[in-house]
Ligand binder design. Structure first.
Ligand code: FAD
Length: 398
């Protein structure tokens, strides 16, 4: 005899994507099971500086106050430094979103949201992990908890398990990837830096290199060094590369005094920037959100915002239509529609600002001038709403 699923939604992964969705759907009265494999969240070098369009999504998901109370600070300015000069955009007064950036230590944010998922009424299993998945109507999954394998059925399984999504693999989704080009090295440090309430981007005079420094908690700072793989072929990682990484950041323009007493508080790790995604992140009772659906290039800092947009789109689709396969398919269409625009804008930024070889620096200089007069090109502030007409595109890529 066929039994009704015991949960409405089984969410795999308690990161920003999974916990936010669990909160949003539990608040709507859905029976949610959230499965997270980590007992304690650690620094895995993930996003900690959310763009203003992510702040908008956090507000629409009714998460903004919670984040501000428990883990996030507002960051007011986006400052591009080039050739010793800094130019700041005052985010709360800047089109199109008129919101500040939010910064937080990623593991603290994860802890905050997974606790809130429980408070909102979701069942949380942790540490617990997905073992196998059987798509269908309803989909079924095997999950380990306390060394025992349990079989769970749900109306919908949500893969929120990050950029190497097992749900995507087991669910039969085909993953697509852009060619390797940019690399992102991240390091968390403790210290005192006069970051002037800004997301500070330092564009190196050497082609294909950008450093970033942002305060994410009273004396914690997230440092990034983004580079084209032909500018610096090595992948900076581990203790022995910390010194060279800090030197590259200084060469890109980060003031030496900022880094003078910076003490590492986590691993130095480098990630590929290539976009990786699935087309139509819904099939056969299984839907993907966040990095599982599409991981964008960390160089352009849209991952957290994109993740919250997925959560909001899926929540809205599921609460508007009782036919969940149809609702999840509608979400997948909306996801693809904005993903195509975002990826295109970010690849254009990469080509314009991070080219190497003869002419790379000249193209970057021209791009900076064009970005200065066309603010809608700036993907971080505009997100998928970034806009570039054919004439400007041709000028950027000339
Ligand atoms: C180097 C780097 C820098 C970045 N910088 C920025 C930035 O400045 N700004 C920005 O907006 N974004 C940035 N991002 C992107 C951002 O971190 C991600 O887009 C965001 O964290 C995605 O959230 P998620 O919940 O989809 O995935 P994740 O954060 O990867 O969470 C997935 C969760 O699923 C759990 N999990 C995985 N597999 C299983 C399993 N089988 N069973 C149970 N649980 C499982 C994991 O433990 C984890 O908790 C950066 C990313 C990288 C790599």
């Amino acid at each position: 005899m066929r039994q009704d699923p015991e949960f409405d939604v089984l969410v795999i992964g308690g990161g920003l994507a999974g916990s936010s969705l669990a909160i949003a759907l539990a608040r709507e009265g859905a029976r949610v099971l959230l499965v997270e494999r980590e007992r304690v969240f650690r620094d895995r070098v993930r996003g900690e500086v959310m763009a203003p369009w992510g702040t908008v999504e956090a507000r629409r998901l009714r998460l903004l106050d919670l984040l501000r109370e428990r883990c996030a600070i507002d960051v007011r300015y986006l400052t591009y430094h080039f050739g010793g000069e800094g130019e700041s955009l005052d985010l709360p007064t800047a089109a199109p979103h008129f919101e500040p950036s939010l910064a937080f230590h990623h593991p603290v944010m994860q802890e905050t949201l997974i606790d809130e998922a429980t408070d909102a009424g979701a069942t949380v299993w942790r540490p617990s992990r997905l073992v196998s998945l059987f798509p269908g109507r309803p989909p079924r999954a095997e999950i380990t908890l306390d060394g025992v394998v349990k079989t769970i059925t749900a109306r919908l399984v949500v893969g929120a398990d990050g950029r190497d999504s097992q749900v995507a693999r087991l669910g039969g989704f085909e993953r697509r990837t852009d060619p390797d080009e940019l690399l992102a090295a991240g390091l968390l440090v403790r210290g005192q830096m006069d970051t002037a309430d800004g997301v500070n981007m330092f564009i190196s005079e050497a082609a294909g290199q950008i450093a970033a420094a942002t305060r994410i908690a009273p004396d914690l700072y997230r440092l990034y060094f983004f580079h084209h793989m032909d500018a610096i072929p090595s992948r900076l990682s581990g203790e022995r590369d910390i010194e060279p990484a800090l030197e590259y950041m200084c060469d890109a323009g980060v003031p030496k005094e900022w880094l003078a007493d910076a003490t590492p508080e986590g691993p130095l790790a480098t990630f590929d920037g290539a976009h990786r995604w699935v087309d139509r992140p819904y099939r056969d009772g299984v839907v993907l959100i966040g990095d599982a659906a599409g991981a964008s290039d960390p160089s352009w800092g849209s991952g957290l915002s994109r993740t919250l947009r997925d959560v909001r789109l899926l929540r809205d689709a599921l609460t508007a239509d009782a036919d969940w396969p149809r609702a999840a398919a509608a979400y997948a269409d909306q996801h693809d529609e904005y993903w195509v625009r975002l990826r295109d804008a970010e690849r254009l930024s990469a080509a314009a600002l991070m080219s190497v070889g003869p002419g790379g620096a000249a193209r970057r200089d021209r791009a900076l001038e064009i970005f200065g007069r066309e603010p809608e090109l700036e993907t971080w502030t505009y997100g998928p709403e970034a806009n570039c007409d054919d004439a400007v595109r041709a000028e950027l890529l000339a």
